[in-house]
Design a protein around this ligand. Sequence first.
Ligand code: AMP
Ligand code: ZN
Length: 502
Amino acid sequence: MKLYEKYPIHLSNSLSGEKEKFETIVPGFVGMYVCGPTVYNYVHLGNVRTFLTFDILSRYFRFLGYKVRYVRNITDVGHLEGDVDEGEDKIGKKAQLEQLEPMEIVKRYTEDFHTVTRQFNILPPSIEPSATGHIVEQINITKKLIDLGLAYEVNGSVYFDVKKYNQSHHYGILSGRNIEDLMESGRDLDSQDEKREKIDFALWKKASPQHIMRWPSPWGEGFPGWHIECTVMSTKYLGETFDLHGGGMDLKFPHHECEIAQATGANGKSPVKYWIHSNMLTVNGQKMSKSSGNSFLPSELFSGSHALLQKGYSPMTVRFFMLQSHYSSTLDFSNEALIAAEKGYKKLSNALTLVKALSHSGNSTINTEAEKNLSDLIDQCYQTMSDDFNTAKTLAVLFEMASQINTWVSQKELLNEVNAEGFKKFKATYISFMEEALGLKEEKSVNNNLLDGTINVLIELRKKVRMDKNFALSDKIRDDLKGIGIQLKDGKDGEMSYEIEQ
Ligand code: AMP
Ligand code: ZN
């Protein structure tokens, strides 16, 4: 029996609004798609929370024995300021501001995103497609929607006809809205002259002469709308209907609602079985966002340089902090909460180090109650995670397990009350839930004096090598150190220093 059969997952499906048993379309396989970042700026901790949520989902699916194809895109075109059909492309605007090519912006912030995800031990997806790599597919589906009478062209732009779609489907099915209310409340914007109704949304936009990111299309030069990229990339790699689609709660409407309409319109079936929305990271109750000016960058968090922080915190402390709440609740970010998380995480991490070194003598005088306690704790780890990925409850179970580990360390004889097999299973469960399912690594504190001394030896050696004009070796020392996250810096006075990349 597979673990996913023994501990079936139940998850909150935003589409039905109910907690449902998770049953995949193809037994044993999970196809999941998550909206990736718009790479026009550094990722902040709010973004990290959403990507962490889906890291937990994909990790736990694999943990239970599913084969997972996880697609998470990179949005490198079409996401306009204010999330609407007018305004500048976020990436194009930044490129103009910095006098760079849009693809230089995309490269810089995609790399930042990858660095940050690695720091937080967020695993890479199986496929990471980009919107600009799928222009042809976006044009094709737009053509198809025009042919089906669900989209129309005006002045080189193409819009989705929401009213027409709603005649045979329900636009608003995901966000619980109805088209009449939406038509009343829609925003009045420039392109309304072009649109038949203000709730219609762009599949393709004509590029104005000053717009940098542009491609040829049957409707003239332009660029794709934001929603169509996700429809194209999800269905291309996962099929017309796939298991799970995720993203932050703020994407539910209009982005995900439009995705459903586009895919259902084009393929005649609803694209996604389970929709999962992760809730927002807030600061003093307000959503963390770049535009509100209340965002924290991971680097400010590690160094403690942000005005609201008393000191720096490690990536695993923050990971632990985020896992302490259920993904569907908002989570408020504060210095106090991080101090508490640091303590909590240390306790679990210490127990991890201790249990790895702990072994059973093989002799036991069994105490059935102690044995049952162990197997109950093991069971609870799975039960809590399978209950809608309740990491908060799983951590509570791991705390109980950590206390048990500490007791064994201080009173070794108590280990003989359980049999060797039971202990082995308990140990393996603690380690694997910490490291694999929750992605909480041990953070060993570095002995700073020793590290400082060692790098200074290397710096001196490199000086000598340079004097001997052996530049190849000097470069190798610098590059190898960089490879392990230590960057050498040339000072003005010829002195070298170093910096550890977090
Ligand atoms: P963006 O790069 O703006 O497209 O956002 C990337 C992802 O981060 C989306 O899934 C957003 O829903 C999510 N996100 C943005 N702000 C927050 C926040 N404060 N808390 C949680 N997730 C967020
Ligand atoms: Zn998306």
